[in-house]
Design a protein around this ligand. Structure first.
Ligand code: HEM
Length: 397
């Protein structure tokens, strides 16, 4: 397989902009109208989530070894759309038809065969992972909302109880769909370590103009049932052998959630064994009242293993640390030998990661989730849609 040709043809297709997803979806829905209802009602091409990712992933088939876990998670996660194996034929045919349409003479029999092979490889990894999870997990988890607490102006802390329990690791995310916004899924990270009653806490920040996040913050209420997808994400999880490492955590806004899940797990361990790594958390917000977990974190700072530094960027009268959280963490944080976990808006993550690296912290020791800037809501302070364009495939930032 000529993987250079795959990448080349994909970058050509990408340079054509919105025309490409427009053609793809028209082709898919004309040839398979039964698939239309799986997608959001409004399919403005600038919010395309599938086609861009599809082309990128398939044309990066040569990196499969490094991203197999991700592709498997993606396959399991796709069960929430009620995708079955046969649908992969439909999507593959529309992908090839789209490329053929735009590549003209560049669509040689060799290139066509390579795309077909590469798509087949990726699709079969996804399908097999989805099928293997069928016996042990539902296609999505209904979860009753048991509490909604508005914190400050634009953040809600939401408790849900999935039935059955949804297993996840601290640092992972799950896609969430609310009844008022069908099929507009958003990835959120549990802010807690797994609990015996299976309940999960989410932190949601309202994004101006974001139709899902603002509905979640303003209108979601107790008793409603949301749906959750399979857990995804590996960048912010910690392996067994990493759990003893000292950590520097840097969070912007609700990017705190996955880090707080780690804090909860570490505290449980400390309470039962007396052992814990040292952890310093920097939590950044524009304004002091957006430090929505201040009280809990101040309390936790009574633990010998934990240091908490709130940082405010836009209020000159704030008596504590002022500035960008990435600057404060890089300038004052203990970094030597530490593992850094970074989560926040795309700009915050980019800035923090570059500042930490400039301080000499090894690339592999700075962990962060990347973000798609595919639609308005993906700017939601932490939310990291799982766009493989970025950190999941090695050509991320
Ligand atoms: C190799 C095959 C495929 C790959 C690599 C792939 C990849 C992706 C990715 C990365 C996303 C974005 C996830 C998100 O941010 O929520 C996505 C979304 C989606 N995919 Fe797939 N997918 C594949 C096949 C399929 C198939 C066969 C179907 C079934 C028709 C499907 C239906 C969807 C739907 C409905 C969405 C959500 C679209 C939206 O919200 O606008 N995918 N896919």
């Amino acid at each position: 397989m000529d993987t250079a040709a795959l990448k080349q043809t994909w970058s050509l297709a990408q340079s054509l902009g919105d025309e490409v997803p427009l053609f793809f979806y028209s082709h898919l829905f004309l040839t398979h109208p039964e698939l239309r209802s799986m997608f959001p009602v409004s399919m403005a091409t600038q919010r395309d989530r599938l086609v861009g990712a599809l082309g990128r992933i398939v044309s990066s088939v040569d990196e499969l070894d490094e991203v197999t876990d991700f592709i498997q998670q993606l396959g399991r996660d796709h069960r929430r759309f009620e995708v079955i194996a046969a649908h992969y034929n439909a999507v593959g045919a529309s992908l090839l038809a789209t490329l053929k349409h735009f590549l003209g003479e560049g669509w040689t029999p060799e290139v066509a065969a390579d795309w077909a092979d590469a798509y087949g490889v990726i699709a079969s990894v996804m399908v097999q992972a989805a099928e293997a999870s069928e016996d042990s997990s539902p296609s999505s988890w209904p979860a009753e909302v048991t509490a909604v607490e508005r914190r400050g102006l634009d953040v809600s802390v939401i408790q849900v109880r999935p039935d059955p329990h949804l297993p996840f690791q601290p640092g992972q995310s799950v896609a969430v769909e609310i009844p008022a916004r069908p099929r507009l899924w958003r990835y959120l990270s549990p802010a807690n370590a797994p609990r015996s009653d299976g309940s999960i806490e989410f932190h949601v920040q309202m994004v101006p103009g974001g139709q899902v996040s603002s509905t979640m913050v303003r209108s979601l209420h107790v008793g409603e049932t949301v749906r959750l997808g399979a857990p995804v994400g590996q960048e912010l999880t910690l392996d067994e052998d990493e759990r003893h490492r000292d950590l520097t955590m840097v969070a912007g806004g609700t990017g705190l959630a996955p880090l707080r899940a780690h804090l909860e797990r570490i505290d449980q361990e400390w309470q039962s064994t007396g052992q814990a790594p040292r952890v310093q958390l920097f939590h950044g917000a524009r304004l002091p009242w957006s430090l929505y977990e201040n009280r809990l974190l101040q309390n936790l700072a009574g633990r010998p293993w934990f240091t908490y530094t709130p940082v405010v960027s836009d209020d000159p009268s704030y008596p504590g640390r002022k500035g960008l959280v990435g600057d404060v963490a890089a300038d004052t944080g203990p970094l030597h030998g530490r593992l850094a976990l970074v989560c926040g808006s795309p700009q915050m993550v980019r800035h923090t990661v570059s500042r930490l690296r400039a301080r000499g912290i090894a690339h592999a020791d700075v962990r962060f989730e990347q973000f798609a800037t595919l639609d308005e809501d993906s700017h939601a302070a932490h939310h990291h849609t799982h766009d493989p364009q970025s950190s999941r495939l090695p050509h991320g930032e």
